[in-house]
Design a protein around this ligand. Structure first.
Ligand SMILES: Cc1cc2nc3c(=O)[nH]c(=O)nc-3n(C[C@H](O)[C@H](O)[C@H](O)COP(=O)(O)OP(=O)(O)OC[C@H]3O[C@@H](n4cnc5c(N)ncnc54)[C@H](O)[C@@H]3O)c2cc1C
Length: 310
């Protein structure tokens, strides 16, 4: 069965873009995660469609990822196939007249922001320091510094559960705080369009620089993390609650609450996924006991964990 699957898989995706028993620590910003049975890197819509169809036909679990900057993979890895939509799937087309950029899901937001700036297009500066792909950002409705994908996204081309490619206009995307229809319906983002406007190029570069300096000043960018570990609870800031609960620097094994920004749980020293999740659980429990506010993880979990998030 395994062999049969592999033989069929390499008819869809050439061997050089198929990895077997791939350690997920190499594919996540947390640098945590055991082996995935298969990891493939498609370059076209057809490859994405066909590989998903094959998984369904042969009952192979599959998971879509981008740059792995919001992902904790378990120590035992993932029993199934990971479709990584990254560098190999990252074409960008700029429509100068309409101030519109169309890009494939795997393009990095930093790259997209720099292309926008090169064309003097404003409205995407907020995303330049978010280390994810367009696919991850649309799915999560990523945002920072008063900007979010919701403000510039006009259209998403997605693959639905039945293998159809759908075009979803803005009003169908149900973009909310770190959520979208893609998460709810398990759609795969193939391509998206963002609408920007013409601006002053120097001001665009200046804004990106300012925002990125703010990031460097406030966030532990020299350590492995998945960004903010928790969603922002209404009326509060997760980092402040965690700090005020006395959890700054709280550590279990190699995983710890960052001393620089308490909203970040970091992989300080070769942390395991179980240690990371233990810190997450402890933070949720202690903050709730002290302040009656229940934090919810923003980070996505993949694989099997002994220690389930409380
Ligand atoms: C240092 C640091 C700073 C960060 N700062 C911010 C910030 O300011 N704002 C913010 O919002 N986030 C931030 N993040 C978190 C992260 O970068 C974003 O959530 C980003 O959008 C995730 O994109 P990704 O490609 O890495 O997605 P992944 O981590 O690979 O995946 C995240 C989720 O998206 C899904 N997904 C990915 N690609 C697709 C696709 N093509 N189709 C369907 N589903 C898909 C995955 O299944 C998963 O559920 C930060 C992370 C780090 C490490």
């Amino acid at each position: 069965m395994e062999e049969q699957f592999y033989e069929k898989l390499i008819l869809i995706i050439p061997k050089e873009r198929v990895r077997l028993k791939e350690r997920m620590e190499y594919h996540t910003s947390l640098h945590i995660g055991g082996e995935a049975d298969y990891l493939v890197m498609p370059t076209s819509v057809e490859e994405v469609k066909e590989v998903v169809a094959l998984c369904k036909r042969m009952n192979m679990p599959y998971y879509i990822m981008g740059n792995g900057s919001n992902l904790l993979v378990s120590d035992s890895g993932y029993r199934g196939l990971i479709v990584k939509l990254g560098e190999d799937y990252s074409q960008i087309v700029v429509n100068e007249e309409k101030h519109l950029i169309t890009a494939q899901a795997g393009v990095l937001l930093s790259k997209l922001a720099s292309v926008a700036a090169k064309h003097s297009l404003t409205g995407f500066e907020f995303a330049s320091g978010i280390p994810g792909t367009l696919g991850g950002a649309v799915t999560m409705n990523a945002g920072a510094y008063d900007g979010e994908m919701k403000q510039c996204l006009t259209l998403a081309r997605v693959l639905d559960e039945e293998g159809n490619v759908l075009e979803l206009s803005y009003d169908k995307l149900e973009l909310g705080y770190r959520t979208s229809i893609l998460q709810k319906k398990n759609y795969v983002l193939l391509e998206a369009e963002i609408q920007l406007s013409i601006g002053d190029q120097q001001a665009i570069y200046q804004k990106m620089n300012d925002l990125n300096s703010q990031r460097r000043e406030k966030q532990p960018l020299d350590q492995y993390s998945a960004g903010s570990t928790f969603k922002r609870p209404q009326g509060y800031f997760a980092g402040k609650l965690i700090h005020d609960a006395g959890l700054r620097g709280y550590q279990v094994g190699g995983a710890a609450v960052s001393e620089k920004h308490c909203g970040f749980v970091i992989n300080k020293d070769r942390a395991t996924a179980e240690e990371f999740i233990t810190v997450v659980n402890d933070v949720i429990r202690i903050v709730e006991e002290k302040f009656g506010v229940r934090l919810e993880p923003e980070v996505k979990f993949l694989g099997e964990f002994h220690n389930i998030v409380v």
